[in-house]
Write a protein that binds this ligand. Structure first.
Ligand code: F6P
Length: 324
């Protein structure tokens, strides 16, 4: 293997730049070439490549986003798009590719490998932490800290005005951010897609909380929560059914995907980049690098995608006890 490409695809996450830097520097360390691909699979199809040496990735370890840019490519989902991508890789003498992204990115990589037997290695980059085979995905720690910081600020104003706030955090299918940021910020209730607490239990809990003397409350709602009501509908429901509450809504949104990565994510990105390149050099393919109990691991891409990312039930209990 003489030349390795790296791309970022799907929703971006803090730490992607640090991972690109690590891939480029590990290639330089092993005296092989590295190529960056712009706009994920889109750039692969268009041959939009840039040579990356050790110095060309300076000054980016602390930067949010991804300087290679990211995209969700419809063209790569077609056999014609993948054929074009393969042609571009061959034309540039590229021998393997590191894919930084989430399950959609890995699914694309698996299909590509099955058609062209082209070596692929995944790095889990998503704030959602919804990938099997790693303790944490890249960017999750930063997103958690961003969410907690924002919720702390909302608590200040909630307290001043004796208000109830519904705060929506990201997590289309999973509640990792909601659950952990909720416990970390001392939320009254946490609504996650994995547990349908039902609107009645929420109302009961809010009534209890009012009676116990709490004047302000924060309820964290994952965007994929199963009660089936958006934060705005939840506000309307409480407005109509619990008149004693003065309710406001805050949707944290994409601010959770941006910002300078935490030290944890920078270190994780550096470790994952080294492991990904060295696994390719050892002749491995179709794996995702990750950490399990802080040791670097390789998980088959198929398992990483299909596996259920399990919510920590103990945290749900901790949250319940904390709101006594
Ligand atoms: O995949 C991460 C994620 O942030 C989800 O939590 C969220 O639902 C989604 O991306 C938003 O994606 P987009 O930026 O395409 O709207």
């Amino acid at each position: 293997m003489q030349k390795i490409a790296v791309l970022t695809s799907g929703g971006d996450s803090p730490g992607m730049n640090a991972a690109i830097r690590s891939v480029a520097r590990t290639c330089a360390y092993h005296k092989i070439e590295c190529v960056g691909v712009f706009r994920g699979y889109e750039g692969l199809i268009d041959g939009d490549f840039v040579p990356l040496d050790a110095r060309s990735v300076r000054g980016i370890i602390n930067k949010g986003g991804t300087f290679l840019k990211s995209a969700r490519s419809k063209r790569f989902m077609t056999p014609e798009g993948r054929a074009e991508a393969y042609k571009q890789l061959m034309a540039s003498d590229i021998d393997g590719i590191v894919l930084i992204g989430g399950d959609g990115t890995f699914t694309g990589g698996l299909v590509f490998n099955s058609e062209y037997d082209f070596p692929v290695m995944g790095i889990p980059g998503t704030i959602d932490n919804d990938i099997n085979g790693t303790d944490r995905t890249l960017g999750y720690d930063t997103a958690l800290n961003t969410a907690v910081e924002a919720i702390d600020k909302i608590r200040d104003t909630a307290h001043s005005h004796d208000r109830l706030f519904f705060v929506e955090v990201m997590g289309r299918d999973v509640g990792h951010i909601a659950l952990n940021a909720g416990v970390g910020a001392g939320a009254e209730e946490i609504l996650i897609p994995e547990e349908d607490m039902g609107i009645d239990r929420l109302v009961e809990s809010l009534e209890r909380s009012k009676k116990s003397g709490k004047s302000s409350s924060i309820v964290i709602v994952a965007e994929g929560d199963k009660i089936g009501k958006s934060v705005f509908e939840l506000k309307d429901y409480v407005d109509q059914n619990l008149e004693e509450y003065d309710v406001r809504v805050s949707v944290l949104g994409h601010m959770q995907r941006g910002g300078s990565p935490t030290c944890y994510d920078r270190v994780l990105a550096s470790r994952m980049g080294v492991k990904a390149v060295e696994a390719l050099l050892e002749g491995q393919s179709n794996f995702m690098v990750g950490t399990t109990h802080d040791k670097m691991t390789l998980t088959p891409l198929e398992k990483a995608i299909k596996g259920e990312s399990k919510i920590n039930k103990e945290l749900i209990r901790v949250s319940d006890i904390m709101t006594t």
